[in-house]
Design a protein around this ligand. Structure first.
Ligand code: 0O3
Ligand code: SF4
Length: 329
């Protein structure tokens, strides 16, 4: 049974709800969504957005309602003076080139931490290093990072088995970069294998997995072993959200599930629980966390506490032309 209506009879059982902190929007997502909002208010609708600005249906639908038009490729956009915004995940170099050819007014909402990885790949390439990218095939960030270099210049590895099977052109001229939203533990293992096989390999000072991905996983690790179930609020195409669900599962949580809305709650799966952890991916708005808490509050007497793993105060300024002070000049 997956009834959306809470039963009205009897006393509500107690439920401890443990909120992971940090959770939800990261600085790159805030910047990307604000870019679309700001472009809409400065230039008026329509504003075109290439790819979901962030991987969240609620966010996309809200922006659509305000006049944003989402496309997957630039060739879906008619000739226009309207702003064309590139999503937070980054794009191959061919995309801004095509935008220039078509005289689009392009606004790049790529997260600065994704752009940093693009730069790393370009520098390694310039120095004559073959670049290994740790990431997931087909994900837009991976497509964007691979597309910083000529075809075939980046070797994608997705698993430890891929690393072990990889034959470089020259093991002494090798570098690696990673997708920003992967599992810290999985990447660490893959990097260890790379370093063991190719001791001369060069890589990022720390790692390319960003602060937000790291902090959300650290918080889940604190909470997941101590709760009966864990909900990750996020979309199935959201890499960082999927990783949070996996981390909770690996930490021994009996039931770890990804969902976007309260209507997706399968109540049978939560039967008999006395504690529930909740987190949210970097692209999931807090209002959806609240909606899910409210759904549990209708069936349980909830007692909400927060486990804070790390404090966050990261902020990325908007693209220059969208900054209020710049517009006034
Ligand atoms: O990359 P991911 O699928 O996690 O993207 P989301 O869910 O839109 O979250 C924002 C993260 C991002 C733009 C890339 O780092
Ligand atoms: Fe940027 Fe990290 Fe957020 Fe991605 S998850 S948008 S890399 S801060």
């Amino acid at each position: 049974m997956n009834s959306a209506v809470a039963p009205q009879t009897g006393e509500k059982p107690p439920l401890k709800v443990v909120l992971c902190s940090p959770r939800g929007f990261c600085a790159g997502v805030v910047r990307a969504i604000d870019s679309v909002e700001r472009a809409l208010s400065m230039y008026g609708p329509p504003v075109y957005v290439r790819h979901e600005i962030v991987h969240n249906r609620y966010v996309v639908e809200s922006l659509k309602a305000k006049g944003a038009i989402f496309v997957e490729e630039l060739d879906e956009i008619p000739d226009t003076d309207a702003p064309v915004i590139l999503s937070a995940h980054g794009v191959p170099r061919a995309v801004p080139m095509e935008a220039r050819q078509r005289n689009f007014f392009t606004l790049d909402a790529t997260c600065p931490l994704v752009t940093k990885v693009h730069r790393e790949a370009q520098i390694h390439n310039k120095r004559g290093h073959e670049v290994v990218l740790i990431g997931h095939a087909g994900h837009p960030e991976v497509v964007g990072t691979m597309g910083q270099l000529p075809d075939g210049a980046v070797k994608l590895v997705q698993t430890v088995a891929d690393v072990d099977a990889f034959e470089p052109k020259d093991p002494n001229k090798l570098a690696y970069v990673t997708q920003t939203t992967l599992s810290l533990d999985e990447v660490r293992e893959m990097v260890e294998h790379l370093q063991k096989r190719f001791p001369a390999i060069v890589g990022p000072h720390k790692e390319d997995i960003c602060y937000a991905t790291t902090n959300r996983q650290v918080a889940v690790k604190k909470v997941a072993p101590n709760v009966d179930a864990m909900i990750v609020v996020g979309a199935t195409n959201s890499s960082n959200s999927q990783r949070l669900r996996e981390v909770a599962e690996r930490e021994g949580c009996r039931y770890s599930v990804l969902m976007q809305r309260a209507t997706e709650i399968d109540w049978d799966k939560f039967e008999g629980i006395s504690s529930l952890g909740i987190t949210a991916g970097a692209s999931a708005p807090e209002v959806l966390v609240e909606e899910i808490i409210d759904a549990f509050a209708a069936r349980y007497t909830i007692n909400v506490e927060t486990v804070q793993a790390v404090e966050e105060d990261m902020f990325f300024p908007l693209p220059r032309v969208l900054r209020p002070s710049e517009a006034a000049e």
